[in-house]
Design a protein around this ligand. Structure first.
Ligand code: GDP
Ligand code: MG
Length: 657
């Protein structure tokens, strides 16, 4: 019976061990692989046990106890970078295998040299002195009998900078700690010294900020040997809301060996009059080790599916981002093809916006609705031109003075044409800035449109943009000069020739002249009122004309009515001519000139021995190259991670079956 039972126990232990080997160990290895691959840098959080605690609370001592090795320990700031500690149980080893990993290198060391090796590595990462850094250092300890655990030791929280530390040391450390304990995937191992009031601990305050209910927090109470008074009450009262419970420990003291320390710890909780009252299930380093292994296994099992999902999301996101990047051009032929595409697409977009009035890709952007905006500008221009002949204060006095000046020797009832032209020229000069303003506005707008669309179509090829922009600017300037020339000629023509075939002119003049007799009556009859309403002109004061030479006033009236009638034709012409001109020029720009100008600039626009636009397109900007590389690296890393996880998921499902 006895041997059989003994065999039964051995079998159970073996089964447990082999189930651990087959279930948990591979999970842990997978997570460690992922950590090694730096998936955290891709924003994917891994299940992690994070050790936090105020300075000198005993963090490093707890890790030492779990690992059975010496870590830099003592007063002042010792842990200056996050230390990822991977403990791996390996029963085949008679002496432990220990190495450090940092900055892409692996540095083997031994049990007696760990402390100094860590100090050297810390110095390399964070510099000598007392500065801290958040780039981590990994310590791998493969040893017989250690618990399989991966934990992160963080710099202790300190309120007051010691000599040689930066002023904002508290903020720096707090930032690092928060970065590690914030993710839901982190278990917070809060190390508290039995000698302090837990509620005053900075580390408690911090973990409560990210884990209010405490469901991710486990407390380790150190120095039970030094401050046994009231410890039982403290852990039972749980004033600080520790969801995963407390474990009380006694770490190595002085020069004790680890074996001696464990024996002393067991002894302490067994026989100390105050400590022995504490439940054995929350006492001692072995209990802590077991709880952590268990918590870690649950945590990994819980997190893995989400990690798989995040890897997939990140992977497809990066892949599509890489796909969207401009192709890398390797020959002039390819560059030419891409450049032609840019040109064709630019022309097509401009044609839609400026000519056809189709705004499909710019629904929301009113400013881009070119055809409609041109009409707006034309309407505005029309409004700015005075439709009625501008009237001066003293009705007909200007006409009279011009007539007096224009009078030569000859019959008096002929209207001198020079008088008409003089008055017309004066009025046209007054409004000549309006058409100039209109064409300037049109070309300012066109410049904005063309540059914006060209930039958009060639955004993936910044070297090309410099050429296309220059070509577009030059072309618009050329077209602006042409338009201003047209305006100038148009104004000059109006000033030297008075002609219209528009029948409205004669009709309007005749209608206006029908009021001549009435006007004369107003002048001749002193009983008539001083103000006369002339249809088509408005109410005018005529009193000042009564002392005037009657014939001259009559001529002036006739002259005025001709100007009023003719002015309407002039205004119509100024609007019509420019409307046609602008529409024609814009169409010409879109359909012909832009292609030609841009092509010419890109192919021939280089000075001297410089590369032309097509050659420049083959050069990729350093930023683009860097981005391409970054995405490539990230994708291969994520693929590798995916494989790691896929393998482990397969194993799990086989085991479940
Ligand atoms: P850390 O700053 O949180 O990493 O704290 P350390 O691990 O460096 O410990 C600070 C000091 O407390 C060291 O001198 C340790 O020897 C001591 N210490 C840590 N744990 C215990 C313990 O359980 N009992 C006793 N007596 N001293 C301890
Ligand atoms: Mg420490």
């Amino acid at each position: 019976m006895f041997p059989k039972e003994k065999n039964g126990i051995t079998a159970a232990v073996n089964a447990l061990a082999s189930s651990y080997e087959s279930h948990i160990r591979p999970l842990l290895d997978a997570v460690d692989r992922l950590r090694h691959l730096k998936v955290m840098e891709e924003g994917i959080n891994l299940p992690t046990i994070v050790v936090v605690g105020d300075q000198s609370s005993g963090k490093s001592s707890v890790l030492e106890s779990l690992a059975g090795i010496s870590l830099p320990r003592g007063q002042g700031i010792c842990t200056r970078v996050p230390l990822i500690m991977r403990l791996q149980d390996d029963s085949t080893l008679s002496t432990p295998v220990i190495y450090l990993e940092y900055k892409d290198k692996r540095v083997p060391t031994s049990e007696s040299h760990i402390a100094s090796a860590i100090e050297i590595a810390t110095g390399e990462i964070a510099g000598s002195g007392k500065a801290i850094s958040n780039s981590p250092l990994t310590l791998v300890v493969r040893k017989k009998g250690v618990p399989d655990l991966t934990m992160v030791d963080l710099p202790g929280i300190t309120r007051v900078p010691v000599h040689g530390q930066p002023e904002n040391i508290y903020e720096q450390i707090a930032d690092i700690i928060k970065q590690y304990i914030k993710p839901q995937e982190s278990i917070i191992l809060n190390v508290l010294s039995a000698s302090v009031d837990f509620s005053t601990c900075e580390s408690i305050r911090m973990s409560q900020q990210v884990d209010r209910s405490g469901e991710r927090t486990l407390a380790v109470v150190t120095k039970a040997d030094k401050s046994p008074e009231g410890l039982l009450e403290k852990v039972t009262a749980d004033d600080v809301n520790i969801g995963l419970g407390y474990v009380c420990v006694r770490n190595r003291v002085g020069e004790e060996t680890y074996e001696e320390a464990r024996i002393a710890e067991a002894e302490l909780f067994e026989s100390h009059p105050l400590l022995r009252r504490i439940d054995k299930s929350i006492c001692g380093i072995p209990v802590l080790a077991q709880r952590l292994v268990q918590i870690q296994a649950q945590l990994i099992a819980k997190c893995l599916p989400d990690i798989v999902r995040k890897i997939n999301v990140k992977l497809s996101h990066n892949e599509s981002e890489l796909d969207d990047m401009p192709q890398h051009l390797s020959s002039i032929g390819e560059a030419m093809r891409v450049f032609m595409q840019v040109l064709i697409r630019t022309r097509e977009t401009l044609r839609k916006l400026m000519i056809r009035g189709e705004y499909d890709n710019f629904e929301e952007e009113k400013e881009m609705h070119g055809a409609a905006r041109l009409v707006d500008m034309l309407n505005q221009y029309k409004k700015e031109l005075p439709h009625d002949f501008p009237m001066k204060e003293n009705f007909l006095m200007e006409e009279i003075s011009v007539l007096e000046e224009a009078r030569g020797i000859g019959l008096s009832n002929f209207l001198p044409r020079t008088a008409f032209l003089t008055l017309l020229q004066r009025k046209i000069k007054e409004i000549s800035y309006t058409p100039k303003g209109f064409v300037n506005k049109v070309w300012d707008y066109m410049e904005g449109m063309v540059l914006r669309i060209l930039d958009k179509e060639s955004e993936n090829y910044p070297p090309l943009q410099a050429f296309t922009r220059r070509a577009a600017r030059n072309l618009i300037e050329k077209m602006r000069r042409r338009s201003l020339q047209t305006v100038k000629e148009m104004i000059e023509m109006e000033m030297v020739v008075d002609y219209t075939s528009n029948p409205d002119y004669m009709k309007t003049w005749t209608d206006l002249m029908e009021q001549r007799e009435k006007f004369m009556e107003f002048l001749q009859n002193p009983l008539m009122p001083m103000v006369m309403n002339i249809k088509g002109v408005g109410c005018v004061d005529v009193g000042h004309l009564r002392q005037r030479h009657e014939g001259l006033a009559e001529e002036a009236f006739d002259l005025k009515m001709r100007l009023v009638a003719y002015w309407r034709c002039v205004i119509l012409r100024l609007v019509d001519v420019l409307a046609l001109h602008v529409m024609y020029a814009v169409k010409n720009l879109v359909e012909n000139e832009l292609d030609y100008e841009v092509m010419n600039e890109v192919v021939n626009g280089a000075c001297g021995s410089q590369a032309n636009g097509l050659e420049r397109m083959l050069e990729e900007s350093p930023a683009t190259t860097a981005k391409r590389e970054r995405l490539g690296k990230s994708i291969s890393l994520l693929m590798e991670s995916k494989e790691v996880v896929a393998k482990i998921m397969d194993k799990i499902s086989i085991n479940v079956v």
